[in-house]
Design a protein around this ligand. Structure first.
Ligand code: ADP
Length: 486
């Protein structure tokens, strides 16, 4: 190969490398636009035929990017930067002394033209980014970008809704803002979005800085952000809609309850009332003709039906107070042993045909409770145990300590409850239908009242049962931490 040919091919290689450098600097997303323009000015100078006696200036949107040796001279070549036909700046090379060689000037002019075109491309990208930013910043929809589970971008609406600043969120784990029960679903959806699988928007709850839990409807898609795959999420606040839906459902539930209540109340009131009226009329009409045993039977009848009415009216009152949040609970440190013993004594009198026993395990600390309310719960559970089991069977009340709770169980050997009814029996007015249920008095309020009372003590209540074998209704009362330690 001749030296001339070698020289040409070397020049071509340098030119190619320069073009490549210029193009790749212009497309970089990890450095600022200012840095891109400054580097392009330096690259242009390095490629000029006489770089040691020249300097470069790029003017874009009235901003100047100059090589460090810049000074304005008389000997200048320049090219305008045009975006869609409109001048947005210029690229210029200033020479410290005049160049007369036309070939050099031509070569330089072509380099300036190339840089001007490249800068025009960068300006377009700048504008697009600006438009994108304006769109994101003014969007009424919350928008964020996440990569590797961490926030890369959050728009102002997202910051306002969540109550955090961008600085507090960028780099933080995005799932931390999702309500814990919804995290698994949101994680799954994000993974699907990254795989590029399309799916419908989904509803989930988020927790804002002030601890408020709110519903949003969200959609996530996979995007390329700053050269790497990321997840773009956008959502709308649907909290008000959700609350309205609940209100409607609650209203419907209350309406159904009212209807059932009215029909049950009339039945449950009428039966004992007409019994009492009947016994009282008999006593009045035949007061002198009745022997002692009839007389006792009638008075017992009045006594029993009055009790039935009292329980019924109390349940109704308590339920309405619980529903309205008006039931007062006055908790004081009291002995659960003593209460259980008192309750058992009275229950034995009420239900003489059942074998009611009490089993207390260990020495138990005192419990912070409203004795009147817990007595009501125990009475109710023992009455149920007796109501739903045959005479002569056992009813056992057990009291023990389980970790930081007192655990109380009321077991019977009665008809039992099917698995599917175990949750629902705590709903107001829910009664299980079976052949004898009509004959067993009750309106399905007792357990819902018990649940309300135990809830107000921050305890739990649940039923375990086997059909035909019997049931145990358990409830817990939390122990006062200071009391346990002491
Ligand atoms: P009710 O006034 O009907 O007894 P509750 O709210 O106390 O109302 O109980 C709801 C329903 O749960 C009852 O109607 C009954 O079907 C069922 N239930 C409650 N306790 C027992 C039990 N110990 N054994 C069997 N079924 C029970």
């Amino acid at each position: 190969m001749s030296t001339r040919t070698e020289q040409i091919s070397q020049r071509q290689r340098t030119e190619l490398q320069w073009n490549y450098d210029v193009a790749s600097i212009a497309s970089r997303t990890d450095i600022s636009f200012d840095e891109i323009f400054r580097t392009l000015a330096a690259l242009l100078l390095s490629a000029c035929p006489l770089p040691e006696s020249a300097c470069v200036r790029i003017v874009v949107n009235n901003n100047e990017y100059k090589t460090p040796n810049f000074m304005e001279t008389l000997w200048q070549q320049a090219s305008y930067i045009r975006v869609r036909g409109v001048r947005v700046g210029r690229v210029e090379v200033n020479h410290f002394s005049e160049i007369t060689e036309a070939a050099l000037l031509k070569e330089e002019k072509s380099l300036i033209g190339t840089v001007a075109k490249i800068v025009a491309g960068v300006v377009i990208r700048m504008r697009e980014r600006e438009q994108f930013r304006v769109l994101l910043d003014s969007s009424p929809v919350g928008i964020y970008i996440v990569r590797d589970g961490k926030f890369l971008y959050v728009n102002p609406e997202f910051q306002r809704f969540m109550g955090y600043t961008a600085d507090e969120l960028i780099g933080k784990n995005s799932l931390d803002l999702v309500y814990h029960e919804d995290r698994a679903q949101v994680r799954r959806n994000t993974v699907n979005a990254l795989k590029g699988q399309l799916f419908a928007p989904y509803e989930c709850r988020v927790v804002s800085k002030d601890g408020q839990i709110r519903w949003i409807v969200e959609k996530t898609t996979s995007i390329i952000y700053e050269d790497k795959r990321a997840v773009l999420g956008y959502y709308m606040d649907i909290d008000a809609r959700k609350k309205l839906e609940w209100d409607v459902a609650k209203y419907k539930e209350l309406d159904d309850l009212k209807r059932t209540l009215l029909s049950t109340v009339s039945h449950e009131l009428r039966t004992p009332l007409s019994n009492i009226k009947g016994y009282a009329s008999l006593l009045l009409d035949h007061q002198y003709k009745l022997d002692d045993s009839d007389w006792l039977d009638f008075v017992r009848g009045i006594d029993k039906d009055t009790d039935r009415l009292t329980v019924f009216v109390n349940d109704l009152l308590n339920l309405s107070r619980l529903e309205a949040g008006l039931l007062s609970v006055n908790r004081k440190l009291r002995s659960i042993n003593r209460l259980a013993k008192e309750v058992i004594g009275e229950a034995r009198i009420r239900a003489p045909h059942h074998l009611i026993t009490l089993e207390i395990t260990g020495t138990l600390p005192r419990v912070r409770m409203d004795v009147r309310r817990i007595r009501q719960v125990l009475d109710n559970l023992i009455d149920n145990a007796c109501k739903y089991s045959a005479d002569g069977t056992k009813v056992k009340i057990s009291v023990s300590r389980k970790d930081s709770d007192i655990l109380i169980g009321v077991s019977d050997q009665g008809i039992g409850i099917a698995e599917e009814d175990l949750e629902r029996i705590f709903d107001p007015m829910y009664r299980i239908k079976h052949e004898n249920s009509e004959k067993i008095p009750g309106i399905g309020l007792g357990l819902s009242v018990c649940k309300g009372l135990i809830d107000s003590h921050s305890g739990r209540i649940w039923m375990e049962s086997k059909v035909g074998k019997g049931s145990t209704c358990w409830f817990t009362l939390p122990l006062d931490v200071r009391n346990i330690m002491g």
